[in-house]
Design a protein. Structure first.
Length: 288
């Protein structure tokens, strides 16, 4: 049976409420980190600093004449630092982004001292079960940005992390320093080295399971890896979560343009990635 969740009451489990605000931030820095990704650092007001790992902001990327960007663009929080009362510094919100179109091209033009309007935090973030001692994180592409704050959340909860970071080539691996700084055991796999194949990632994940170091599996950034982790989780009876990406308009649950089919409560539901997600239980999304 398929049902469309065009209101909170139609989802099998109503999504948790979240407090969102329009935050006017000041650009601290905005640099390329490699040939494909940029790193944006913003001084942000307290209303932005409540973001949880896996939540996102809807960014007002104002284009330029001849290259307009209608609608905001969704982006996961990469890092968040609270305000330092001692030296009066503002809180910091960071994004890692890939320049793909008009919106992200406009972001790449932001300069230090300029302002940037970010709406959020939005959506449902990751959660950790108090019984978990070790988790496995499998990330690719922009998923590396989304899963970095989860690693910090694990560290604070005393949970060990095995991180498999996948990219097209070694120089496109990101967030490795962030993962290692929180004590994650990192394995890099890449297309150019022939190590990012589904078969090799499966071998690595099953290795952690055999060692008893995989109480939960987390992923973002690749449908191929999502399907692999769903298969392993089903066979081994291991829980997990996935952060999904979908093109968005409102980002607030009103326009229903971001729906994705998920299995929940014995039904197949069309749920909004911006409202019921972007984080879902690993077994829920119907792959496409
Ligand atoms: C919850 C969420 C978190 C995200 N986090 C990040 C992040 O941390 N870093 C990052 O670089 N990107 C992230 N994205 C993807 C980002 O939103 C898109 O790359 C961005 O909106 C593209 O805007 P644009 O105007 O530059 O490109 P457009 O001109 O709008 O599109 C250019 C190309 O990108 C594709 N695209 C557009 N929007 C999306 C989308 N939402 N998801 C996937 N592909 C898209 C289009 O199909 C097209 O091929 C996230 C998306 C979601 C939904
Ligand atoms: S983007 Fe409008 S409902 Fe999700």
């Amino acid at each position: 049976m398929t049902a469309t969740a065009n209101s909170d009451s139609m989802a099998a489990t109503p999504p948790a409420p979240f407090a969102a605000a329009e935050n006017v931030c000041t650009v601290v820095s905005n640099h390329p980190v490699n040939a494909r990704y940029n790193h944006l650092v913003l001084a942000a007001p307290p209303t932005a600093l409540t973001a949880r790992p896996g939540q996102f902001f809807h960014l007002l990327c104002e284009g330029v004449p001849g290259d307009p960007a209608f609608l905001r663009r969704p982006m996961s929080v990469y890092r968040l630092r609270p305000a330092d009362g001692a030296d009066g510094a503002s809180g910091i919100v960071e994004f890692l982004y890939k320049v793909v179109g008009a919106g992200t091209r406009a972001m790449a033009r932001l300069e230090p001292g300029g302002s940037f309007n970010i709406l959020g935090p939005l959506g449902q973030g990751f959660h950790l079960d108090p019984g978990w001692r070790h988790v496995v994180i499998v990330a690719r592409g922009v998923g590396l940005a989304t899963l970095a704050p989860l690693a910090d959340m694990c560290r604070r909860a005393g949970v060990g992390i095995g991180a498999i970071l996948s990219a097209q080539s070694p120089e496109l691996i990101m967030a490795e320093d962030v993962m290692e700084a929180v004590g994650a055991e990192v394995v890099r796999v890449t297309d150019t080295e022939g190590t990012s194949t589904v078969a090799n990632v499966e071998r690595l994940v099953r290795g952690r399971i055999a060692e008893g170091r995989a109480d939960a599996l987390f992923t973002c950034g690749s449908n191929r890896l999502l399907m692999l982790l769903q298969k392993i989780a089903r066979q081994e009876g291991i829980p997990g979560q996935v952060a999904l990406e979908q093109q968005m308009a409102c980002g607030l649950g009103m326009c229903v343009c971001c729906v994705r089919q998920v299995r929940r409560g014995g039904q197949t539901l069309d749920l909004r990635v911006c409202r019921e997600g972007p984080v879902f239980e690993l077994e829920e999304p119907v792959s496409w």
